[in-house]
Design a protein around this ligand. Structure first.
Ligand code: BJ8
Length: 424
């Protein structure tokens, strides 16, 4: 990687602490990714993106800002990328997947809180995330209680706009969500000086949906036995979708999907035919959290799908453009895509998520489901009981795991995963 210290300094980063973070990533990436055998050549692009995660892309964001463009950060797949993009902005997912940031977060948050939230705030407070230092605005969302209250603290350190999400997918819930999309549009129009039009939103919707379709195509290849792609590689491609340049990402993902199709035709897989197959569900798995995938795939199984927000919830639904003829109807369609297409445990009831888990387990040929939740994530953990009942009715084995970002529980997790796999 080139030397980006001048760029990082211009972003007001804590360079010494950030150097420690940069030193920790390459060995972790090497152990998790580069030690895998027979990877598709198309993964070279994604390796490069991770190697340059705090370099090249940050330079691109700086160039975008120098041209007058807006950079918006988010922590949730409900934040509509299409609207940011239509107004000439770039939306980046703020990672929050490393233990490195947790201690700084714990200075202002209770220890008994989900590590994703603590790492998110810690990244900002420690000034060691160049994405956080690049954003002009963070769009938060009232989803779980922890995030909702954390935005009140984060808002003291970075400009914030919070979207209010309904708890129910009802007509009243839709009306609230549609109004929240209008409020976000107004905020972004004010900040960019641009106006949302039917034309620019339609173009952005097509652009973002092309990205989702590329992901559908790529992840669809994992249904084959043998899967042409390891779950660990599949996961990192989705994680990168949250911050890479959209048209370039779409092209590279389509290229990788084509290579995976060719590998299927040649009978080539990331693991041998007949390797046990597992579907992952639960809380999002954000960069650089690769722990559960790595444990499963070094315990003799392959992860063939992710029913979570760094998986199918991110890319499975697209905007239905049939019947769309003007800006209000396009905004309605977009609002429906988000509200009807993403099934987060912050909603009640949330039966559609169980339907998705069952459908994906069947489609991918998974013999078992691993429900992995982050510690102190109450919504997903409470929902775990109804997921267990549903999967028991369907005859699908389930392993429920709770973890955080520390490596301390890996031995215990591995023992439980191995025992689960033995019985599949
Ligand atoms: S749509 S899953 S990205 S809210 S893990 S912070 S829920 S305590 S991340 Fe999420 Fe949007 Fe829902 Fe998806 Fe809270 Fe749980 Fe932590 Fe979570």
């Amino acid at each position: 990687m080139a030397d980006y210290h001048a760029l990082w300094e211009s972003l007001g980063m804590d360079l010494d602490t950030h150097d420690q973070l940069c030193a920790a990533l390459p060995p972790l990436f090497e152990e998790t990714f580069l030690n895998q055998t027979d990877r598709p050549e198309g993964m070279d692009y994604f390796n490069m993106v991770i190697a340059e995660v705090h370099g090249l892309r940050i330079q691109e964001l700086a160039d975008h800002k120098a041209r007058g463009g807006l950079v918006v950060g988010s922590f949730c797949v409900y934040v509509p990328e299409e609207i940011v993009s239509a107004l000439g902005g770039v939306l980046v997912g703020l990672c929050a997947g490393s233990q490195f940031w947790v201690p700084a977060g714990e200075k202002v948050l209770p220890r008994s809180l989900c590590p994703l939230i603590k790492a998110g705030l810690g990244a900002k407070l420690s000034r060691t995330c160049p994405y956080f230092q690049s954003v002009d605005l963070v769009v938060g969302e009232n989803t779980c209680d922890g995030k909702k209250k954390a935005w009140e603290i984060l808002g003291q350190h970075v400009p914030m706009h919070v979207m209010d999400l309904p708890n129910r997918k009802s007509p009243a819930g839709f009306a609230l969500w549609r109004e929240e999309i209008r409020r976000l549009t107004e905020e972004l129009e004010r900040r960019t000086g641009r106006t949302l039009t039917y034309e620019n939103l339609l173009e952005a919707t097509r652009r973002v949906d092309d990205k989702r379709r590329a992901l559908q195509k790529l992840h669809g290849t994992r249904k084959n036995d043998p899967s042409p792609l390891s779950g660990t590689d599949a996961l990192v491609t989705t994680q990168i979708a949250f911050y890479d340049d959209v048209p370039r990402y779409t092209a590279m993902t389509n290229q990788l999907a084509e290579e995976c199709l060719a590998r299927i035709a040649q009978g080539k897989g990331a693991f041998p035919v007949g390797t046990k197959r597992v579907l992952l569900t639960g809380t999002p798995v954000v960069v650089p959290n690769w722990k559960i995938h790595h444990l499963i795939e070094t315990s003799g199984a392959v992860v063939v799908g992710e029913e979570n927000c760094t998986g199918s919830r991110y890319y499975e639904s697209t905007t239905d453009l049939s019947g769309v003829r003007d800006l209000p109807s396009l905004l309605d369609a977009l609002a429906h895509r988000y509200l009807d297409g993403i099934h987060c445990a912050c909603f009640s009831p949330n039966e559609e998520r169980f339907d998705d888990v069952v459908r994906l387990a069947r489609e991918t040929g998974a013999q078992g489901v691993v429900d992995a939740t982050l510690s102190f994530c109450t919504t997903y953990q409470v929902e775990g009981e109804n997921l267990r009942r549903r999967l028991a009715q369907e005859g699908i084995p389930l392993l429920s795991l709770e973890t955080d970002y520390t490596p301390g529980d890996e031995g215990q997790l591995r023992t439980r995963i191995e025992a689960f796999l033995e019985n599949l």
